[in-house]
Design a protein around this ligand. Structure first.
Ligand SMILES: *Cc1c(COP(=O)(O)O)cnc(C)c1O
Ligand SMILES: [Zn+2]
Length: 478
């Protein structure tokens, strides 16, 4: 049954006919209703996708038609950089969508950063997700999970977080006053910018004596016991919202598909969502080619790199040899190896979306690389010097693009989009330490990270409080 009535009436219908959840394991394929709250397949325990009967959705005949939604910017739903693509993630009826103005982001052509990466002019773009209301790309996914949570009547939502997920959840809870946020954090590793958001937005903040992987484990147990809605990226609805980052990249490129998407990898929600976005656009006939995907780990949290590049773990038509991953995790435990990087947002050794990411890498002919904290901070300084600040994890994408350029995997004439996942002010500690002239401060924050130099430091100039000396210094340095 093809429905050709206008889109609003279509999407206001009960969405249970056109949207459902499906096990990602093609040999299982169990489906359940869109209104069920699950983080795993009820039959085999694998991850779930949100999927659609696209024949019931009134999909525009070309992506350019989405530009018409801009004419309805007075409508909060069309103003949202997520919901103006509602037809491509139609799991909730249009009158139930929640928004806080997320997704007003920018794709910036960045030639100065491009030179650093080794690209020809006009070829490097930075997708700046720091412009989201809580300062990171997480808002794209959170708004979708939040909408689903409200759709099924939840009143409390929880997550474990390296910082940005909790900031985003806390923001949606307080700005809408619709739910209570409960956030689990590990001890010590959360940046102040992010923690300050969660606290000020009024989230119940539970600090566990353990690291992120411990907090992740606990939040799942607690959510199950207390019936609290879980918004970690294991939640398949979040990934639906995160697909729209790619829709906006294409929109900014006038719907031309770039050659490369380069993204930092932590829990692998973004990379998985991007792969799903391109898969669906391709299947729907809305794009004709697929960009290649590069997922960049920090060297101190490089599980995906180890599994994909070193041990040959592949999606393998839906039968990945997961014993390779299990064996690797056993090794981590045996050697007491914990994730350790200055890029706290990707300081994760057991990525929950591993299988979905393998699928995305397969579909997008992807590669995985790892970059050191030194490379991350140097790239971050270059991104900042180019006028768009980002947090350390985000800069992994630029450092990774540079590495792939050096290897010749990316050509200098390729069109490359690096995703800058979070705002510069999220984590000022690392930035200030990088630029300081005080060697002790530098060592205190960065020394233990194997960061030994700051090639692109912009040092403050110390002068006595005397007019002559100040004028002299300015003339000397400018
Ligand atoms: C969450 C986060 C990441 C990691 O994204 P995944 O989807 O978990 O791989 C990277 N950068 C920033 C700033 C983040 O907040
Ligand atoms: Zn299953």
């Amino acid at each position: 049954m093809k429905i050709t009535t206008n889109i609003n009436s279509l999407l206001r219908r009960t969405n249970s006919e056109l949207a459902f959840q499906r096990c990602i394991n093609p040999f299982c394929g169990t489906t359940c209703a869109v209104t069920e709250v699950r983080t795993a397949c009820p039959k085999c325990g694998d991850l779930l996708d949100v999927d659609y009967d696209w024949s019931l959705v009134d999909i525009p005949s070309s992506l350019a038609e989405f530009e018409k939604h801009w004419q309805q910017r007075f409508s909060p739903v069309r103003f949202s950089g997520v919901w103006r693509f509602h037809e491509l993630l139609p799991f909730a009826p249009i009158d139930r969508l929640i928004t806080a103005g997320e997704g007003q982001t920018l794709l910036q052509q960045a030639d100065a950063v491009g030179r650093f990466v080794g690209m020809q002019p006009g070829k490097l773009y930075l997708q700046y997700e720091g412009m989201n209301p809580s300062g990171s790309f997480k808002d794209n996914g959170m708004v979708a999970a939040f909408t689903h949570a409200r759709m099924i009547g939840a009143s409390r939502a929880a997550c474990a977080s390296t910082g940005n997920t909790s900031a985003s959840l806390a923001m949606y809870c307080s700005v809408t006053q619709l739910m209570r946020a409960i956030i689990f954090i590990g001890s010590g590793k959360i940046s102040y910018g992010k923690l300050s958001q969660a606290l000020e937005y009024g989230a119940l903040t539970v600090q566990i004596a353990g690291d992120f992987d411990d907090a992740m484990q606990r939040v799942q147990e607690v959510a199950k016991d207390l019936g609290i809605y879980l918004v970690n990226s294991i939640n398949p609805f979040r990934l639906e919202g995160q697909k729209t980052v790619m829709f906006r990249v294409l929109e900014a490129l006038r719907w031309e598909v770039p050659d490369w998407i380069v993204v930092p990898g932590g829990n692998l929600g973004n990379s998985s969502a991007f792969g799903k976005a391109f898969y669906e656009l391709y299947k729907l006939g809305l794009i004709e080619r697929i960009p290649r995907l590069a997922v960049i780990n920090a060297a101190g949290a490089d599980t995906l790199y180890q599994l994909f590049e070193k041990r040959g773990l592949r999606w393998n038509y839906g039968k990945p040899a997961m014993e390779i991953a299990c064996h690797y995790y056993d090794e981590l435990d045996r050697d007491h190896r914990k994730a350790d990087t200055i890029a706290s947002a990707i300081e994760i050794n057991r990525p929950v979306n591993l299988k979905k990411c393998l699928r995305a890498l397969e579909f997008c002919d992807g590669v995985v690389r790892r970059v050191s904290d030194q490379e991350i901070l140097d790239a971050k300084a270059q991104v900042g010097a180019g006028g768009i600040g980002c947090e350390p994890a985000s800069a992994a994408s630029v450092a990774g693009a540079r590495l792939l350029r050096q290897e010749g995997v990316i050509a200098s004439g390729d069109r490359v989009v690096c995703i800058l996942t979070g705002h510069q002010l999220k984590d000022p500690t690392a930035t200030v330490a990088y630029h300081t002239a005080d060697q002790d401060k530098f060592n205190e924050v960065l020394g233990s990270r194997g960061v030994s130099r700051a090639a692109f430091a912009n040092r403050a100039v110390a002068v006595p409080n005397e007019l002559d000396a100040i004028i002299k210094a300015i003339q000397l340095y400018s």
